[in-house]
Design a protein around this ligand. Structure first.
Ligand code: SAM
Length: 210
């Protein structure tokens, strides 16, 4: 039998990390820096939210509890089990089992609409860097005109990314990627980063340019 090569492109790669307890990104609760951002004057107060690479769904649930309608997307069984439990307790939270690169505003089973807000924490930094163009295209496709992207970028640094996720990103690369398609409205250094992320992450509030 052929051996499967596990790369971050396939769900088996992520499932292996969940099963082996190597999911150190998972906080078991909403990210404190997101809850802090909810209090920031620039944080959009309303609108439907798409959460790609939602993991176990804690942050998606936090948006739902804040009153947003939320679609949380992941392709890993362990992530979906948890997300579905949260969705059972929050009628405005929906869990979708899908490769997020296949999201489409036109197909019901792949999202089926455009969103006011996309929240991305470790989605961008988890995909193989060669797929970043494709990923940003997905954001643009799924965002309403004038919609917001709330991107937590981590690690954000000038060093070149390594060979496994999270793949770092530099401010220069982000600025170049967003030039002409997304307005950088604000960059915020969270005060409540978890210890391992202190000094390594920023929240970028971006608005789609029509
Ligand atoms: C590093 S985790 C971050 C999870 C969550 N955002 C958090 O901060 O806890 C990355 C997640 O992205 C998911 N993922 C990676 N590539 C994906 C893809 N192409 N489609 C759907 N989910 C994907 C993985 O299954 C994993 O749950």
């Amino acid at each position: 039998m052929n051996e499967i090569t596990l790369t971050p492109n396939v769900s088996q790669y992520w499932e292996m990390l969940y099963e082996q307890g190597l999911d150190e990104w998972d906080l078991g609760e909403a990210t404190p820096a997101l809850l802090e951002f909810f209090e920031h004057p620039s944080c959009p107060k309303s609108g439907d939210v798409l959460v790609p690479a939602a993991g176990k769904g804690w942050d998606a649930e936090a948006f739902a509890k804040r009153g947003h309608n939320v679609l949380a997307v992941d392709f890993c069984p362990s992530a979906l089990d948890s997300m579905e439990q949260l969705a059972n307790n929050n009628s405005n939270l929906q869990a979708l089992n899908l490769d997020m690169f296949l999201l489409s505003p036109c197909e019901e089973k792949r999202g089926g609409k455009k969103f006011d807000i996309i929240y991305d924490y470790f989605g961008f930094n988890s995909i193989q860097p060669g797929r970043r163009d494709e990923y940003v295209e997905m954001w643009l496709k799924m965002l309403k005109d004038d919609g917001f992207l709330i991107g937590f970028f981590c690690p954000l640094c000038e060093e070149k990314y390594g060979y496994e996720p999270p793949y770092s990103i530099s401010s220069k690369e982000l600025e170049a990627r967003f030039n002409g398609i997304m307005e950088i409205e604000e960059r915020i250094v969270p005060r409540k980063s978890v210890e391992s992320r202190i000094g390594k992450e920023e929240i970028w509030l971006l608005r789609k340019i029509i």
